[in-house]
Design a protein around this ligand. Structure first.
Ligand code: EPU
Length: 419
């Protein structure tokens, strides 16, 4: 197991290139199951979760190969298995994204239930209900979802109680090859869902309304292969904006998908950050005094839960009291106890955290518990005085491409060592 050792406090300077989006790449990789022609995805980040999805596709007898550049070539012409085993699904919940595509292409799916997760229970009942609604028979057997759609899936009206991101993606993919029209009500509007819909359309799917709460899909008989460039990662970009804030530095970000980052940019500016366009794909983000603010996580276009922990790290040093309310996941404050070890003053009451800004953080050994929590600890480590060790950074490797290299090139004193 690796750890990060960070010597702080650090000033940052220079530029960081934002990678392709993890949460856009994963459903697109699953979408390759829908066609017997090759799918080439470009701008796919080098991450553990991408490797896991690749392994899963190979288990299904697809080909999944990374090229020298960040292209991923996936060929599911000889797919012959519907089995997503527990060993893989337990390491990455997003494996559930093969559920809809398998049912659509092979008319059967045998996919492990993901089980618990550090940030919440995260059930997949809405995915299952949607597939049942579209005509599949679904049973839970020995921890697995066992589903069949012998006569093919049929278009239906799907209403989501909660606008689930991967649930919407599963239905979009399945409905693209279903008979007739599917109408998804209360669909997730996240930019990654929109990017997937665009890819499916480039494969020949008939989708309208992506990015809105009602999406319509007219099923087609077959989808073709595609070359598609994945959008850049708005959460990675937001994390670097927090790095500028917490270190009081000015850095340049290349390829930040600002069009999808309104809520993040708003909070960045409210805290005291300054953002300046340099050219079409380059911005300067600059940290100044840190104002206390209130944040409430929400579905897109609201403030993303995936940025909550990073902003909390920033607010530990704000000039007053901030409040963060987490409304998406019931247990996404695991970073709080670790930030407190660095000297933060945070009290949790239910789904609210009250953060009393302190003058300084002091380095300590802390434990990463999930992907975004890990990022918040690294940010805090950049600002803390002395040595911070962040243990269990395998969580970070799931979702941040070369984070320590990108931060080092900005001047941070950060090193990866064996734990
Ligand atoms: N929910 C249900 N039943 C379901 C599905 C979801 O009750 O069948 C609940 C969840 O428990 C949660 C809420 O609905 O309370 C929203 O969950 P959602 O399904 O939207 O989350 P997800 O699709 O599992 C994706 C991202 C997460 C991100 C969330 C919210 C991917 C691969 N994952 O998860 O990303 O936090 O949407 O935006 O796209 C991350 O990258 O660190 C990460 C956790």
């Amino acid at each position: 197991m690796d750890k990060f050792v960070i010597e702080g406090p650090t000033k940052l300077k220079g530029e960081a290139y934002i990678s392709g989006s993890k949460n856009a790449s994963l459903p697109m990789m699953a979408a390759a199951i829908l066609t017997s022609e090759p799918v080439v995805l470009s701008n796919v980040p080098r991450l553990k979760d991408i490797d896991t999805m690749c392994k899963l596709l190979v288990r299904l007898n697809c080909r999944c190969e990374r090229k020298e550049n960040n292209d991923l070539v996936i060929d599911c012409s000889s797919i012959n298995s519907d089995f997503a085993p527990y060993e893989l699904v337990k390491t990455m919940r997003a494996s559930i994204l093969v559920f809809g595509p398998l049912l659509a292409r092979l008319r059967s799916a045998h996919v492990s239930l993901p089980g618990g997760c550090a940030i919440g229970v995260r059930p997949v009942n809405l995915h299952i209900a949607a597939m049942k609604n579209m005509g599949a028979s679904v049973e839970i057997e020995e921890g697995y979802i066992v589903a069949r759609s012998d006569d093919g899936l049929k278009g239906e009206k799907i209403y989501f109680d909660i606008p689930t991101v991967t649930g919407t993606e599963n239905v979009l993919m399945a409905a693209s090859l279903a008979r007739g029209r599917t109408v998804i009500k209360n669909a997730a509007k996240e930019p990654e869902v929109v990017d997937l819909a665009r890819m499916l359309k480039a494969m020949g799917a008939k989708i309208t309304g992506e990015g809105e709460s009602t999406i319509e899909v007219e099923g087609v008989d077959r989808l073709k292969g595609v070359n598609y460039r994945v959008m850049n990662d708005r959460i990675e970009a937001g994390t670097f904006m927090c790095a500028a804030l917490i270190t009081g530095s000015a850095i340049e970000l290349v390829n930040a998908p600002l069009y999808a980052m309104d809520a993040i940019v708003d909070k960045f500016v409210e805290v005291g950050g300054v953002i300046r366009n340099i050219d079409d794909n380059r911005i300067e983000v600059k940290g100044n005094a840190l104002n206390p603010i209130s944040i409430k996580t929400a579905v897109y276009p609201g403030f993303p839960t995936d940025m909550q922990a990073q902003f909390m790290a920033v607010l530990t040093l704000a000039n007053g009291t901030s409040i963060i309310e987490e409304t998406i996941f019931e247990n996404r404050f695991m970073h709080v106890a670790e930030l407190i070890r660095l000297g933060a003053n945070i009290i949790i009451s239910g789904n609210r955290a009250v953060i009393e800004g302190v003058d300084r953080l002091i380095g300590a050994t802390v434990m990463a518990t999930d992907l975004r929590a890990s990022a918040s600890l690294v940010l805090a480590g950049l600002a803390a005085e002395g040595r911070t060790e962040v243990l269990r950074i395998y969580h970070l490797d799931r979702g941040y491409e070369s984070l320590e290299k990108k931060l080092s090139s900005l001047g941070a004193n950060i090193e990866r060592l064996k734990q």
